[in-house]
Design a protein around this ligand. Sequence first.
Ligand code: DGT
Ligand code: MG
Ligand code: MG
Ligand code: MG
Ligand code: MG
Length: 253
Amino acid sequence: MAKSSFEYVKKFELDDTLLPNSWIVVRLDGKCFHKFADDHKFSKPNDLRALKLMNYAAFNVLRDFNDLLMAFGQSDEYSFIFKKNTTLYKRRAAKLLTTINSKFSSSYVFYWSKFFGDVPLRYPPTFDGRTVLYPSDENLIDYMKWRQADVHINNLYNTTFWTLVLKGNLSPSQAEKRLCGTVSADKNEILFQEFQINYNNEPEIFKRGTLLVRKTIPNINLDKQNNVIVDTHDDMLKDRFWSEHKSLLLTKC
Ligand code: DGT
Ligand code: MG
Ligand code: MG
Ligand code: MG
Ligand code: MG
């Protein structure tokens, strides 16, 4: 068939195929969620409704994209991990990133009221996104550890900060000064000695974030297997987690 004289513009489209044989991680993050959280009166430091909505939006993404092995979420961010040898969209970066972000963002809005009830969504939220490649299993595991360590550091700080403000009647700037230069042990001590809060007893979802994984459950009645997506809050910083969950990184064709 004859091509139109305009067809040459197609050549301006650049190739963005991602390297083969590498882990593809897509990480999304809420834009200005500091403000979005204030505008929607999220409870401080953690709003369970908001975290569950993030998890549910991510669950919808996993349900749609079979090539995703797992996803990890905390605060206003979610990381999606593709199986290493995925050929989805011929590994084109923009296609992978935009479809994941689009499904996640629309799910966040679509299911807002499922978690927030009558609280109105005041404006459409925005999520940014990036695609990162990790060549080795060790790199990917370190990535997961990095994001979970981030939850720990932030949550211990935020929990102590907001306890000092809300229960200790310090102003935000006084609380900030009080925490300046403190290490983890100091914050644990403040919580325990002054407010009788044992940080270890805080909910796992707040301390560790949420890891969504696929599980195969035998179905006795139908004599076939059921594939389900489950949320876990395990400690990925421990090497034991990775030795006990080797199958997580196995690429199923
Ligand atoms: P960005 O990502 O550069 O556009 O800016 P932000 O404001 O989204 O900053 P980011 O992503 O570093 O930090 C996440 C913000 O989201 C953090 O400032 C507080 C807010 N946030 C996330 N989850 C909760 C929550 O459960 N409760 C409250 N009160 N705030 C939350
Ligand atoms: Mg950010
Ligand atoms: Mg953000
Ligand atoms: Mg963030
Ligand atoms: Mg099209």
